[in-house]
Design a protein around this ligand. Structure first.
Ligand code: 6PG
Length: 257
């Protein structure tokens, strides 16, 4: 659910490639609008494999015109591993996107997951995220991109975990990840994710269709058992789904694009 009362915007596509292309176009639009309005575009990127195709499209200047010099990149979560580890979200996003675009290094606000203990990494990231808004210019982020797991987790907010109800700290550590890789994590909290003008989920695969149906069919609320259902924004929450992930939704809900 987006702003209280705003129904989620659900878009269904024939496959992940089509959903990724559509979301890339949307990201470019939002980036250009944000830079025109505020001089910058502050985007939070998700880890995992699903968005890598999207990141590669955004890295291709022929396919997308993101104003990279004015763009600031943050991370929804990170595994507590070295940034050179194959499990590092930062490494995957750097390889797919950041190494290929003219974004100033200082504009990439990495979670230093290699710091020990993980609570130190979370506290440092909370400080680096800065104030809850951009001064008078409103929300801290212009766009948050997220995925979900088959258990309905998002970022590294897992069902039943303490991090899910964290209200203090803009990022917190998670001792035990609920999915592979089973390493500690650092994750933005729900209030931090909610301080965005908009959230977009990109979800693909039949293994997630049950979670998608539970999230989108039940009236979402702050106590919903699935973490992704608790994600809010100050504006819309949009779902870019492939056919398999949308299979559990009622037929009439969204046309295949
Ligand atoms: C992570 C992500 C996580 C991811 C989901 C989906 O660190 O892994 O932040 O929340 O978005 O687990 O992962 P896939 O896209 O690989 O299915």
């Amino acid at each position: 659910m987006g702003r209280v009362g705003l129904a989620p915007d659900v878009r269904r596509f024939r496959d992940l490639a089509a959903a990724s292309r559509a979301l890339a176009e949307h990201v470019v639009e939002r980036a250009q609008e944000s830079v025109a309005e505020t001089g910058s575009f502050r985007v939070v990127l998700s880890g995992g494999r699903t968005p890598l195709g999207l990141y590669r499209i955004l890295a291709d200047p022929a396919a997308s015109q993101v104003p990279w010099p004015q763009t600031h990149v943050f991370f929804a979560d990170e595994r507590c591993v070295s940034p050179r580890s194959p499990d590092s979200n930062y490494r995957a996003i750097r390889d797919a996107l950041l190494d290929h675009v003219p974004i100033p290094r200082a504009n990439v606000v990495r979670i230093r997951g290699e710091l020990r203990p993980p609570s130190v990494a979370a506290a440092e990231y909370s400080r680096r995220l800065g104030p809850d808004t951009r001064g008078s210019r409103g929300p801290r982020f212009d766009l948050v991109l997220l995925g979900i797991g088959p258990d309905g987790h998002t970022a590294s907010l897992f069902p039943g975990e303490r991090a899910l109800v964290a209200r203090r700290g803009r990022a917190v550590s998670v001792a035990e990840a609920g999915v592979e890789p089973f390493v500690p994590r650092v994750t933005m909290t729900l209030p931090t994710l909610a301080s965005s003008s908009e959230v977009c989920f990109l979800v693909a695969g039949s293994d997630k269709s049950r979670a998608v149906a539970r999230i989108l069919s039940l009236r979402s609320n702050g106590r919903h058992p699935l973490p992704a259902a608790r994600v809010r924004s100050r504006g819309p929450v949009r779902w870019f789904l492939d056919r398999a992930a949308a299979a559990g939704l009622s037929r009439g809900s969204t046309a295949i694009r």
